[in-house]
Design a protein around this ligand. Structure first.
Ligand code: CTP
Ligand code: MG
Length: 181
């Protein structure tokens, strides 16, 4: 695969993991998942992780994977190279993993004394992608190894933080987010 093809495939295959966090920002609010509970004097997850944001984010991600599957043949003929379709397992693990990764980072942030919204550079930009990939590797191993070459994984780990920074700064500028990270 050439560089352009790698970039396009990386974006295509990760889109079901990219969209949930942004959907959660738009849908968020309501009851926090930790129900306000604390552990050692600090919130378990905090008010930034809500049921509504997590459920809507996951469902939107599944919907994105479904739409990509529908348009895959069109994309392949338009692009002139192949992009993957998502098996049911990956349709679920990519968005769910993204949400769980973001949640795990919040758990770690609270344990290390960081309040809701505090940045954790590096982790904020990759938590969701790493967990989405890990959960997908566990649940859909054959698809994972067929799609993710080492080169593609490297591109994903470079492109993801760039896209994360850009989308979050935009979300902040448009008033959807409290902080630009
Ligand atoms: N959000 C949500 N549920 C999630 C993830 C995000 O409702 N599982 C919503 C919340 O309204 C949250 C906003 O999206 O405030 C921004 O997400 P994020 O930056 O991940 O949360 P923070 O508020 O910064 O909290 P944390 O420090 O725990 O990351
Ligand atoms: Mg945040």
């Amino acid at each position: 695969m050439g560089p352009l093809e790698l970039l396009v495939v990386a974006f295509w295959v990760m889109l079901p993991a990219y969209v949930p966090n942004n959907a959660a920002v738009l849908a968020g609010g309501g009851a926090p998942i930790d129900g306000g509970r604390t552990w050692k004097g600090r919130r378990i997850l905090g008010d930034g992780k809500t049921w509504r944001g997590t459920i809507v984010g996951t469902l939107v991600g599944v919907g994105v994977a479904y739409v990509l599957n529908v348009f895959q043949p069109t994309a392949v003929s338009a692009l002139g190279f192949s992009v993957p379709t998502f098996p049911l397992a990956a349709m679920i693990t990519l968005p769910l993993g993204a949400m769980l990764g973001d949640m795990t980072a919040s758990f770690v942030k609270r344990r290390t004394g960081r309040n809701r919204g505090a940045p954790l550079p590096g982790v904020d930009q990759l938590d969701f992608a790493v967990m989405a990939l890990a959960l997908t590797a566990i649940v859909a191993w054959e698809w994972f190894v067929a799609v993710f070459t080492v080169a593609l994984l490297v591109v994903v780990l470079i492109v993801t933080p760039v896209l994360h920074v850009v989308t979050n700064v935009l979300a902040y500028l448009f008033g959807f987010k409290h902080e630009p990270w």
